[in-house]
Ligand binder design. Sequence first.
Ligand code: HEC
Length: 149
Amino acid sequence: MIRLATTTAIIVGGLAACASPGPSTSGVPAATIDTRGAASNAVTPAVFTSEQADRGQRVFSEVCSACHGANEFRGPIFSMTWMAEPVGHLFEHISSNMPEDRPGSLSPEEYAAVLAHFLRVNGREPGDTELPSDPHLLRRMRWKRPQAP
Ligand code: HEC
């Protein structure tokens, strides 16, 4: 029985990994994937502060701009790809793959600050609460503004 259960878990985990866009989401429990669309009350809008976005902008120009243009992470293509996904997907992508020559070399707070900068250049309004650097919280956060009822 134990072996069966383990096998099932591996299969479910493998399917979940295939269904997600990036390689870094393979650790997401299957339950999270299943409830992604239905349990909308578990989804929170992304928050950040303007100080945090300023910090992110500095990190971007010191580190990321060696290879990326300032306008690369805004506009329709960025919206249709990364901004259709939870904020955590981009966090995980960046924090495990970027900078390309030194992956994972920044602190989680620096990666979160870069995301705050991306939120701001895509027209989101800063608030009083910083964007967290906890991948579990970020995975529940959406780029889109909540729809008015
Ligand atoms: C040494 C060059 C280099 C640096 C520095 C660098 N990147 Fe990249 N980045 C790349 C390359 C090359 C790709 C495309 C290949 C890939 O996705 O791995 C890429 C892809 C990306 C993507 C995916 C683009 C997309 O739309 O699919 C994101 C997001 C990203 N980088 C963010 C960052 C951030 C944020 C930083 C700074 C913390 C950074 N990069 C620093 C070279 C770099």
